[in-house]
Design a protein around this ligand. Structure first.
Ligand SMILES: *[C@@H]1O[C@H](CO)[C@@H](O)[C@H](O)[C@H]1NC(C)=O
Length: 211
């Protein structure tokens, strides 16, 4: 076929290509990070590899100091876990995170409802530990699981922007075990990215199940 030289045909073909490739309508998302349950920021155009807007609220207790962080931005849907996830290493060392993703411009404007940590012990105990600079840690204590944390989990990831490794073991929600690689957990001015999460069998649980 001879390439057409008619301007209207060229326009039509360009328009079709743009629609097919989704280039016609760049995604805009609100972008912010702040301590507290709400953050607001400028609306920015996402890079072309990000197809979702994301809102995350986390609560992290680090040696007794509790921090709530809100984050909004552009994301990849392949890295978005629209769920509540929670992991407990010790009563004063836990992380809870609530995430929502959406795919239309400005859709991450509304804040997420605040979540309250369920402190009721559910009877499960898991060997636990937390360490920086390594991909594994050896359990030194036992965590008492609370609320919906019905699994013993291991988790590894990176603390951004420095890219420092961390490893954690403890109680976790079912959603924590299925965390997608790349999932973000904002913590103050830092961002944790989760690389891998898995369930492990707690010796205590096995002992109790076989009783
Ligand atoms: C809190 O967790 C306990 C133990 O898993 C559960 O029985 C209870 O229903 C939970 N409460 C709420 C409000 O979700």
């Amino acid at each position: 076929m001879k390439p057409s030289t008619k301007p209207e045909t060229f326009l039509l073909v360009s328009l079709l290509l743009c629609t097919l490739l989704g280039l016609g309508d760049p995604l805009n998302c609100e972008v912010c990070i702040r301590n507290g349950a709400i953050c607001t920021g400028e609306t920015k155009t996402c890079p072309s590899d990000k197809d979702s807007c994301i809102v995350i609220v986390t609560e992290i207790n680090n040696k007794g100091s509790v921090g709530v962080t809100s984050y909004k931005g552009c994301s990849k849907s392949s890295e978005c876990d629209p769920a509540f996830l929670s992991i407990t290493v010790a009563p004063e060392n836990y992380m809870g995170s609530n995430t929502r993703c959406c795919q239309t411009s400005g859709c991450n404007h509304s804040p997420l409802p605040a979540f309250r940590r369920n402190l009721t012990e559910n009877g499960l105990r898991c060997p636990s530990c937390f360490t920086l600079f390594k991909e594994t840690c050896t359990p030194t204590e036992e965590a008492l699981c609370v609320g919906e944390e019905t699994r013993c989990v291991t988790m590894t990831g990176l603390v951004q922007p420095a890219g420092v490794k961390f490893a954690a073991q403890g109680c976790g929600t079912v959603t924590a075990c299925h965390t997608k690689p790349g999932t973000l957990v904002p913590s103050g001015s830092r961002l944790l990215t989760i690389k891998k999460a898995a369930v492990f069998q707690a010796p205590g649980l096995l002992a109790r199940l076989s009783e």
